[in-house]
Ligand binder design. Structure first.
Ligand code: HEM
Length: 427
């Protein structure tokens, strides 16, 4: 830890990239001194212990996920003011002359709307579908590893961690391999906008990207409605709620956008943090090589320590009290999942990487309750298959001695390594 232990809590700026790079001492201070902390600079309320994060999540009527409007820049929706004038039938047939106004769907909605969206989309992400993808995930892992295994060195993020989840979800959303670079560009653009650190120019670029993305996917949605296939997008756009009402085009596109933001960066970051942890703990690597049945619990431990969705927003719908602190109506609340996952009251010796940890899966890396991650089973499958494939082909791995210090991309919500250089001995 770089932070001096006598550094007071109010000297930290949560948005400072240096704090984001190495937040662990700050998180420990928050848990110990102010589990519900009103940040003096921003006025945000930060919730940092496991128990209080869970309390806030369970009380979803008061700690609402309808935070999108509060997070938008002052002119946030201006690119969309022309929306809505299109001919509805034309829109539903996949022809967009203008951007469609984004709809608050799962992550940025509350029940009953959120419940309706989840009931329509959960079916598309059901466990049997995820299980049926296992052979394809394995094949994609193998192909990616084949491309670097003879080199003895790899930058794992770009060569494996990013393309794996991107390819899995792209295939399931009907995006052909040649369009993957566009798909990646949209995903990156949305993540940058979400980071809370985008410049006005980046915000403008994000709006343009959203329209490009909408035009591309409106055609796919329309074609999957006309000719369903055996994939997630077909299940999604052909599902109907109990009143027989399916998702309309604007809802479908907003959900697709959320899938891209929520799924790719997070899974890629977990793969990288996992490989880094194993590079730093060669004895643990040797054990999973010898006994792959240890991998699923190791994945939970990696998720706990990595917590790529480090923080998430809530907005207080009424004046309330949490952990003895009054939170006025309308306050922005930050749930600090990454701090909760190192709560010493729940996880013994919380900073230690322990692939046998008995309660590793008590982490809140996927959230909890009504907003529990839609893609958790898919992400777990990708993480387990990645480690199975990598550990079968690589005997030992390490971070090269001449590598630059590892760095994470500054982002207030999502935490992920910029790159991960590794050298290794192949099997
Ligand atoms: C390691 C990978 C992942 C992590 C750590 C992660 C983390 C999370 C967390 C913490 C939440 C809850 C947010 C809240 O309470 O407000 C969440 C929700 C969500 N995740 Fe994930 N996620 C991952 C992968 C995925 C994947 C692969 C997908 C889909 C392709 C996905 C789609 C979603 C969606 C749509 C939601 C919103 C659900 C709702 O609000 O009802 N995630 N995720």
């Amino acid at each position: 830890m770089t932070a001096a232990s006598d550094r007071p809590l109010d000297s930290y700026n949560a948005f400072d990239p240096a704090v984001q790079e190495n937040p662990w001492h700050y998180y420990a201070l928050l848990r110990q001194e102010a589990p519900v902390y009103k940040d003096p600079t921003t006025g945000l309320f930060m919730v940092s212990t496991h128990g209080l994060v869970m309390d806030a999540i369970k009380n979803w009527e008061v700690f609402s996920n309808r935070f999108a409007a509060a997070m938008a820049p002052p002119d946030g929706q201006s690119a969309f003011t022309g929306a809505g004038g299109d001919d509805a039938a034309e829109v539903e047939s996949g022809l967009l002359a203008r951007p469609l106004m984004p709809v608050d769907t799962m992550l940025t909605a509350d029940p009953p709307a959120q419940k309706r969206y989840r009931s329509l989309v959960d079916k598309a992400f059901r466990l049997s579908r995820v299980r049926s993808l296992a052979p394809r995930i394995h094949e994609l892992c193998t192909n990616l590893i084949d491309a670097f295994i003879d080199e003895g060195r790899v930058e794992l993020r770009s060569a494996f961690a990013v393309p794996l989840p991107l390819s899995v979800i792209a295939e399931q959303l009907g995006v052909p391999a040649q369009d993957l670079p566009d798909f990646k560009k949209w995903s990156d653009g949305f993540v940058a906008q979400l980071g809370g650190m985008a410049s006005p120019e980046e915000q403008e670029r994000a709006k343009a990207l959203i329209f490009e993305f909408q035009r591309y996917f409106a055609k796919i949605v329309a074609s999957r409605r006309a000719r369903p296939q055996d994939d997630i997008i077909s299940d999604m756009v052909n599902a109907a709620d109990e009143r027989g009402i399916p998702l309309d085009m604007a809802e479908s596109l907003s959900i697709l956008q959320q899938l891209l933001v929520a799924g790719n960066e997070t899974t890629a970051s977990t793969i990288c943090e996992g490989a880094r942890l194993f590079a730093e703990h060669p004895e643990a690597w040797a054990r999973i090589r010898q006994d792959p049945t240890l991998i699923p619990n190791a994945v939970e431990e990696i998720l706990r320590l990595a917590t790529p969705t480090a923080n998430m927003w809530r907005i207080a719908t009424e004046t309330t009290s949490l952990g003895g602190v009054e939170i006025p109506k309308g306050s922005m609340v930050m749930l600090r999942f990454a701090a909760a996952n190192r709560d010493e009251g729940v996880f013994e010796d919380p900073d230690r990487f322990d692939i046998d940890r008995k309660n590793a899966n008590e982490h809140v890396a996927f959230g909890y309750g009504i907003h529990f991650c839609l893609g958790a089973q898919l992400a777990r499958a990708e993480l387990v298959k990645s480690l199975e494939a990598l550990s079968r082909r690589i005997v030992t791995l390490r971070i090269p001695a001449d590598a630059a210090p590892l760095e994470h991309t500054p982002n207030i919500l999502l935490r992920g390594l910029k790159s991960l250089p590794l050298e290794f001995e192949r099997a």
